[in-house]
Design a protein around this ligand. Structure first.
Ligand code: 7RM
Length: 656
């Protein structure tokens, strides 16, 4: 490989992957989009294209006057238009006679289940909207949701949307400190929580964290508590209320508030590496348009026959957009599962997929690599023949993980949509359309219709081929509207690196055919003797080896080369860690990517530090790698390294 490749300022392109997968003919024939026509339509008039989607997919109480007002970096979409997100997600399906259609097949971790129709959802949401009003919440007031993955969570979100109160969801299980920061930044008036939720077979308490937090959040007037795990909780009279008591006393009907297209729908906090978390703002009309559009076309949704399952957490943007707002707006039937994939056994997901007849599955590479590690016998012991489409989100998917997903979950017949997007983008930006796009394992392929992407070099000039930085060159409907309370930080973080372009913070390369290959966060790019190497390519080369289930690489300070490649590796199946395997893996990377990418050290481990959405926290691994003298020979797993990783991971709040 490109040993003699000249050094450049951008990220190098080393991994070669030339397998291609056209849509299977039977899939293509029945798909919503089987030709490039949609791309042509969007290219001719991108604003008109989004306006058509807004009109086709949503119900508007009042038409907009202007499609887009763009005063960089501030966008307003469908200006003057009025609509209600909850009406679009729930009421209109019931009004159209589809009230008996199942919205959610919900399954708790202990195995309890609930079937929730659109009519059920409408009844609960109206009552809970009245509960919120009764607690003094009105249009514009922020509400914090700190809940497990139970049906009351989407109910609370939709009730907020119904009355125009923006929600701010904080991942269940976050520490009281993270909760305090987020509640105070948004000055939330009400917190909705539960006594706890189930994780790994155990009740995990939530209310005690809220009790600690609200001692330091003067804006909070009321706390609503769902009883989920029957753990004893302390209820403060006048402040704390049981969900069921309030629901029983609430009126059954609550009209939808007609909202301005640009009214705030929700805040979702993402942590920066250093500073305080950013409250990412999403508004109403543009967000719902792009979420509904992408959910329909990327997942080729046939709402009458599909059973759709996004196995993410609702507290992650993926859950907001693709468990709640997208699927409901499109009238889909979805699965929601509360717990962990290995409770009670490592086949839990396949058991669920089989029982509900799941046809579309959307999950993350970290989960897929975990399933690889557990072994193909688990999915093989279930009938997954109803599956027809698979999706991936959250990280670059290594070609080997893509192939495993394709073969062992998709039975070789399901297209895979690798979807790139961010909390900030609100909805999918780069992805195949499964009936139209020839996919390549590990590539998110092309920007969706209506989206324009440019890969640029350090100077902001367009790169036609090879590595660079991912930018978005025109506004899109579901883009963040800013950082809550901090317009300057919004400008600085996203719009100051390259003039006129949104900088996503990700490395990306273009191949000869214009396919996009995401290379990971630019903060993680390694610099070895002046060569800028992406974490994604070195990790993919490692996972390509049959003995490797998962790998994380970081650049650690090195006297000789500036940085040295350090690899943390989890072995697969029966393979076990040994100095010989370490040496073999180092050689394997050198063969695939060139000697410059050869890891200096391979550290075998059982765990990697991850965020709640499954992203590897390379920053912590860098701390570990730089804080110790690891030597330049292959090092067997030192349990202390793992302990150290765990201890540090536990100390720093982990999120996205
Ligand atoms: C949806 C989500 C955003 C970051 C993003 C990337 C990474 C997400 C992919 C991906 C490669 C993908 N929102 N990322 N999807 N990298 N291929 N298909 O993850 O705000 O939590 O994270 O995630 O680095 O910038 S997020």
């Amino acid at each position: 490989m490109p040993e003699g490749q000249s050094r450049n300022d951008t990220i190098e392109d080393r991994l070669v992957e030339d397998r291609t997968f056209p849509p299977p003919e039977s899939f293509r024939a029945a798909s919503l989009v089987s030709s490039p026509a949609l791309y042509d339509e969007a290219n001719q008039d991108w604003q008109g294209f989004w306006a058509r989607q807004a009109a086709d997919l949503l119900h508007w109480d009042q038409d907009w006057q202007t499609i887009l007002e763009w005063d960089e970096p501030f966008a307003k979409w469908f200006v003057g238009g009025k609509l209600n997100v909850c009406h679009n997600a729930v009421d209109r399906h019931v009004l159209a006679g589809r009230g008996d259609k199942v919205a959610y097949h919900w399954e708790g971790e202990p195995g309890d289940t609930r079937t929730i129709t659109y009519a059920d959802l409408l009844a609960d949401v109206q009552r809970f909207a009245n509960v919120l009003k009764g607690l003094g919440v009105s249009k514009g007031d922020r509400v914090c949701l700190y809940m497990p993955m139970i049906p009351e969570l989407p109910v609370a979100m939709l009730a907020c949307a119904r009355i125009g109160a923006p929600h701010s969801i904080v991942f269940g299980g976050f520490s009281p400190d993270s909760l305090i920061d987020r509640i105070n930044d948004a000055a939330c008036r009400v917190v909705i929580t539960a006594d706890g939720g189930y994780r790994r077979g155990q009740p995990l308490a939530l209310k005690p964290n809220v009790d600690v937090a609200v001692g330091a959040t003067p804006s909070v007037e009321h706390v609503v508590v769902v009883k989920r795990v029957n753990e004893p909780v302390t209820m403060v009279a006048g402040r704390d209320h049981w969900w069921s008591d309030l629901m029983a006393a609430a009126d059954a009907e609550c009209p939808c508030e007609s909202m301005d297209s640009e009214d705030l729908l929700f805040l979702l906090y993402t942590s920066g590496t250093t500073a305080k978390p950013k409250g990412i703002m999403h508004t109403t009309g543009g967000y719902l348009t792009q979420v509904a559009f992408t959910h329909k076309y990327v997942f080729d949704l046939h709402p009458d026959t599909d059973v759709y399952w996004c196995a993410a957490d609702i507290g992650w943007i993926t859950g907001h957009s693709y468990i709640v707002y997208g699927p409901l707006t499109n009238g889909a039937t979805s699965v929601i599962y509360e717990g962990t994939p290995d409770t009670p056994a490592q086949d839990r997901l396949w058991d669920i997929a089989e029982r509900y007849g799941v046809t579309i599955l959307y999950t993350a590479p970290t989960a897929i690599r975990t399933f690889m590690k557990w072994g193909a016998e688990h999915p093989a012991s279930h009938d997954l023949s109803k599956l027809r489409l698979l999706g991936s989100v959250g990280e670059p998917i290594n070609p080997e993980a893509w192939m495993w997903y394709h073969e062992h979950i998709g039975g070789g017949r399901c297209p895979i949509v690798d979807t790139w997007w961010q909390t900030e983008t609100g909805a999918i930006m780069i992805s195949p359309l499964p009936g139209a796009t020839i996919t390549k394992p590990g590539s998110a392929t092309f920007p969706l219709p209506g989206i324009e992407i440019e890969v640029v070099n350090e100077e902001g000039q367009r790169v036609e081929r090879g590595g660079g930085y991912l930018t978005i060159t025109r506004p899109w409907p579901s883009m963040l509207r800013g950082i809550y309370g901090d317009p300057e930080r919004y400008q600085d973080t996203y719009w100051s690196s390259y003039a006129g372009k949104y900088f996503a913070g990700d490395g990306c390369k273009l191949d000869d055919e214009g396919y996009l290959w995401l290379l990971g966060r630019v903060d993680d790019v390694m610099n070895v003797s002046g060569h800028r190497l992406s974490t994604a390519e070195v990790e993919s080369a490692l996972v390509d080896h049959p003995a490797v289930a998962e790998a994380a690489v970081v650049g650690a300070k090195d006297d000789l080369t500036g940085q040295a490649v350090m690899a943390f590796v989890i072995t697969r199946g029966t393979h076990s860690a040994s100095p010989e395997l370490g040496a073999e893996l180092r050689g394997h990377v050198a063969t695939k990517l060139g000697a410059i990418a050869r890891p200096k050290v391979v550290i075998f481990t059982d765990e990697l530090p991850k965020t709640r959405s499954g992203k590897i926290m390379r920053r912590l691994l860098r701390d570990v790698a730089e804080g110790r003298d690891l030597g330049d020979t292959t090092t067997l797993a030192d349990p202390n390294v793992v302990e150290e990783i765990k201890r540090r991971a536990a100390e720093s709040p982990t999120e996205d």
